[in-house]
Ligand binder design. Structure first.
Ligand code: ADP
Length: 578
């Protein structure tokens, strides 16, 4: 609205400028047309004054034929040049001949000595005058010239031009053309209502001057109800029409000195105002539209921002939840780790406890025995019973050996996986093994049946450690069959492709499924304290793994446990065989 307020005078001015230049061209056209029209008659009175018919009549005014000649001549010329009237005045101002001599409103006999055009011409000057005809009641523009006979002015020729015709040629347009006399009285106008109205206040002086020349005959003069304002360099007049409605006009005027009048152009500003209004409405609507567009854009941006905020919030919430879950998970993991660590710790302690119990039992018994034997040996020696004392000493030696073998076992537990592997003939390893296990087999009353096939396989292994594995599982088998009815242990070896499979089956109770998965664990034993350490199978399992092989257990379908050792076959076997 502020913009509209500012732009309104600006717009009005620019539209007024345009209207003004239009009006100016209308004005100059009207002035040119008026001048052109009147100029055609300018020289006519002087030409007519020289005519014999005119001169004759003035010389002999009483001669009837001269009057008739002059009348007919004037009528012919009047018709020819399309003027309103042409007439001849004598030196008293009386009309002695006229183009309208044969009409009812004939000028003949009328005296026009009061008209300025008579005064001027009788004084020897060509003159012009415009006035409302006192006889005809028609407005006219008068041209007059003196008639000289032998240098003496004897009369005046007057040519009256009808201004109605000129007026009729003016277009009925927005621009109204008016012509005012020097007193400001409208003499010609496209709008008949304005005729004889004054643009200037009708002062007594003005009225007196107008009365003297009888310019407007009996016409009633009045002031035109109008107000004049200025907008920048434009003159605006407001006139109230017949209907009382006020109309505003843009006024332009041009003074025509020759004719003694002023031509005005009044241009109705309704269209200017409506143009201004339309332009204003367009501007306001455009501004509103732009504002609306801006509003929509802003709203859209706000909505987008809100959405973005929401997305950010949702993302943050999601991240928070993920973090929460992650930390929950981390807590759980931490707890799990702690629990695992606790379990491992507990298992280690349990293992250590088991081992300590087993070891202390294993070592304490022989140590107690060694102590007894040593004490009694000392007593026996004091009594001189040296033979018995030496028997005691050899018992002590045996016990120490047993403890040393236990130590050996434990040392093996710390295995050496990087020991070089080589081709080991299974037959050789078994011979050494049998030397070790024979006393145990005998003690259990067990019989070992061996079937190595022909040729006996050669495996990729470390001979001492393979022997240790075999000692372990054969000793376990002896334990399993001890006290059973059938105390047979079967050892077989077969080469299949690149590997050698060694099986050892006993006829014991077999391995219950519940413990099958745990028997390779260190310190797992079902044997009583002092009998088993639970290390044999664990060590064996790791040794076979180090050889790149497999150690597994199953139960034979006819009863008894069956251990299977799978090892890589050594290539050197072929060479050895050759
Ligand atoms: P240990 O012989 O000192 O108990 P091992 O590791 O050699 O330790 O054996 C672990 C356990 O595996 C034994 O306590 C036993 O329960 C089971 N086991 C091993 N060999 C056999 C077998 N031939 N028959 C049945 N159970 C066996």
């Amino acid at each position: 609205m502020l913009a509209a307020g500012i732009s309104s005078p600006f717009l009005r001015r620019s539209f007024l400028d345009e209207a003004s230049s239009q009006a100016a061209s209308t004005l100059s056209l009207a002035v040119a047309a008026l001048n052109g029209h009147l100029r055609r008659y300018e020289a006519l009175p002087a030409l007519i004054a020289d005519k014999d018919d005119i001169q004759d009549l003035l010389t002999r005014p009483d001669q009837k034929s001269f009057t008739a000649n002059a009348n007919h001549y004037l009528r012919a010329i009047n018709t020819l040049v399309k003027s309103s009237d042409i007439y001849l005045l004598d030196d008293t101002g009386a009309t002695i001949a006229a183009s309208n001599f044969d009409q009812t409103a004939s000028f003949v006999g009328e005296n026009f000595s009061y008209r300025p055009y008579f005064h001027e011409a009788i004084a020897g000057r060509e003159a012009r005058f415009y006035a409302l005809g006192t006889t005809s009641g028609k407005r006219g523009y008068y041209f007059s010239a003196p008639v000289r006979i032998f240098g003496t002015i004897r009369g005046v020729i007057v040519v009256k031009v009808d201004v109605d015709q000129i007026e009729a040629s003016w277009p009925e347009a927005e621009s109204r053309i008016i012509v005012t006399d020097p007193e400001g009285i409208i003499f010609m106008s496209g709008n008949r209502d304005w005729l004889y109205a004054s643009l200037k206040p009708l002062t007594e002086e003005r009225l007196a001057r107008t009365r003297a020349s009888r310019r407007y005959s009996d016409a009633v003069l009045r002031e035109l109800p109008m107000t004049e304002t200025r907008f920048r360099d434009h003159v605006l007049v407001t006139l109230s029409g017949k209907d009382g409605a006020a109309r505003e006009y843009l006024a332009l005027e041009e003074h025509v000195p020759d004719a003694g009048w002023t031509v005005h152009v009044l241009m109705d500003t309704t269209s200017v105002n409506s143009q201004t209004r339309t332009a204003m409405i367009v501007i306001v609507l455009s501004l509103l539209l732009a504002g609306f567009g801006l509003l929509v854009l802003i709203q859209r941006k706000v909505r987008r921002d809100e959405q973005l905020q929401m997305e950010i919030r949702a993302k943050a919430e999601l991240e928070r939840r993920v973090e929460e879950r992650t930390s929950d998970l981390a807590d759980v993991n931490q707890k799990l780790r702690e629990t695992q660590a606790d379990l491992i710790q507990a298992a280690k302690l349990a293992g250590l406890g088991q081992m300590s119990a087993a070891l202390s039992h294993e070592f304490n018994q022989p140590l107690a025995a060694v102590r007894n034997y040593a004490e009694s040996a000392a007593l026996l020696m004091a009594r001189g019973r040296t033979a018995e004392a030496s028997d005691n000493v050899s018992r002590i030696t045996k016990l120490v050996d047993r403890m040393a073998s236990l130590g050996q076992h434990l040392r093996n537990f710390a295995r050496k996986p990087n020991e070089r592997l080589g081709a080991v003939p299974l037959a050789n390893v078994l011979t050494d093994t049998l030397e070790i296990v024979a006393p145990r087999l005998n003690a259990a009353g067990a019989r070992l049946e061996i079937d190595l096939g022909d040729p006996a396989p050669v495996v990729l292994a470390g001979p001492v450690r393979l022997q240790q594995v075999l000692v372990n599982i054969i000793t376990n088998a002896a334990d399993a069959v001890e006290g059973r009815e059938v105390r047979v242990i079967e050892l077989a070896a077969r080469e299949t492709g690149d590997s050698v499979i060694i099986t050892l089956r006993d006829h014991g109770e077999g391995v219950p499924p519940a413990i099958a998965a745990r028997i390779f664990d260190p310190f797992f034993t079902t044997k009583g304290v002092g009998k088993g350490l639970g290390l044999g199978l664990s060590i064996s399992y790791n040794i076979v793994k180090d050889f790149g092989g497999e150690l597994s257990v199953s139960n034979h379908e006819e009863g008894g446990a069956m251990f299977q050792i799978t090892l890589a076959a050594a290539q050197q076997r072929m060479e050895a065989a050759q």
